[in-house]
Design a protein around this ligand. Structure first.
Ligand code: F6P
Length: 361
């Protein structure tokens, strides 16, 4: 490799270092946190890659049936993420999609740069046994409370306050994709050298709708605006949708990642009868919403911008429509028109409860 070629190789490590140097007052604490997530996800990824071999090699696992293995892997990924993050001096609050409440972590004394990290350790875990892509999603907020004691409000900040968000996709390659509010950058893990290498700088979602992604077996539970939206795209009478294909993996990170690179929309609307949706605001929707907005797209419930929602609960579910700006605006318009036609008022969001479980072990 010549000197010139070497200059082209940018690792996650060097990229984070360069971003840090742009902030003269930075003490590198935030960079350490991102690096630590990078290392933890390499460990998770190495287990995912060997998932199919565990039983063949006679490696002792607690899995007994195929149905149990996704849970097993989620637990493993959850533990890896917790072990990697809980001792970092800057991490004063931790929450996982797979645990109720917050994760109890050691109290940190006298730290000044304090962060709250929320993560979904193994998104799309059901795909593990079919060798399809899965992912880890993370979201980082500054802790607003004074010294060492995160409060309820620190965990339940609206998504627009995220300091960083990203995901790691364990697919044909392992990819680390993140934003700190300065664009979206993707790094591909080079398994030979064990480093994430910058492969996709400044990702912008293309202005075309290659894919429409939703679980169509739920179509009987869609509301009227969702039906109209899907009809518009799938029937393809508008030339913009002539070449749109339906693509759904059932693994949010993988569906999102494909649409981010090719252009498209992912929807998980609420069930019209129950008003319930499946995806979680803090662990899934808000981090992906920050990424898509940084890439030029939008994320909405149909009535609200995802990043504006102040969570009322860590495990709160919200409908999600995410992807190209033009289509998300179209979806919102269909919802608005429908609300006017039917006289529907925007549902009010209840205030958050005033007590919260202890955050330190
Ligand atoms: O929320 C977990 C998850 O597995 C997502 O990764 C995925 O988008 C969704 O659920 C799939 O749900 P369903 O099987 O209902 O389509």
């Amino acid at each position: 490799m010549s000197k010139g070629e070497w200059a082209e190789v940018r690792t996650l490590e060097s990229y984070i270092g360069k971003e840090q140097r742009l902030h003269s007052k930075s003490r590198g604490v935030f960079s350490d946190l991102l690096r630590r997530i990078g290392v933890a996800t390499k460990v998770v990824g190495s287990h995912v890659k060997r998932a199919g071999l565990l039983n063949r090699h006679g490696i002792q696992t607690r899995m007994k049936t195929v149905e149990e293995s996704p849970g097993e892997f989620s637990d493993l990924a959850n533990n890896i993420m917790k072990s990697a993050l809980q001792w970092l001096p800057s991490v004063v609050g931790l929450a996982s999609r797979d645990e109720d409440g917050v994760v109890p972590i050691p109290e940190k004394k006298g730290t000044t740069d304090q962060y709250i990290v929320l993560f979904d350790p193994m998104d799309g875990a059901w795909n593990i046994d079919t060798n399809a892509s899965v992912g880890t999603i993370f979201s980082i907020y500054r802790c607003l409370s004074a010294y060492d004691r995160p409060s309820y409000d620190d965990f339940l900040q609206p998504g627009y306050k995220q300091a960083a968000a990203g995901y790691v996709m364990y697919g044909s390659s392992t990819m680390f994709v993140f934003t700190t509010g300065q664009g979206v950058h993707g790094f591909t893990l080079d398994p030979e050298i064990g480093e994430y290498i910058l492969s996709h700088e400044n990702i912008l979602v293309p202005d075309e709708v290659k894919c429409i992604s939703t679980n169509t077996s739920n179509s009987g539970e869609w509301d009227e605006p969702t039906r109209r939206f899907m009809d518009t795209i799938v029937k393809g009478e508008d030339s913009r949708y002539k070449k749109t294909s339906s693509r759904y993996i059932g693994s949010l990170v993988a569906d999102f990642h494909r649409n981010l690179l090719y252009g498209g929309v992912f929807l998980y609307p609420a069930n019209v009868d129950t008003g319930e949706s499946k995806l979680k605001l803090t662990f899934e929707c808000a981090p992906l919403a920050m990424l898509i907005e940084q890439a030029g797209g939008l994320a909405s419930t149909g009535r609200e911008r995802i990043l504006d929602i102040r969570p009322v609960d860590l495990q709160q579910h919200v409908p999600l429509v995410i992807g190209n700006r033009t289509e998300i605006e179209l979806y919102e318009k269909l919802v608005r028109d429908h609300d006017v036609e039917t006289g529907t008022k925007k549902p009010s969001i209840p205030p958050p409860p005033s007590s919260f479980p202890p955050v330190h072990s």
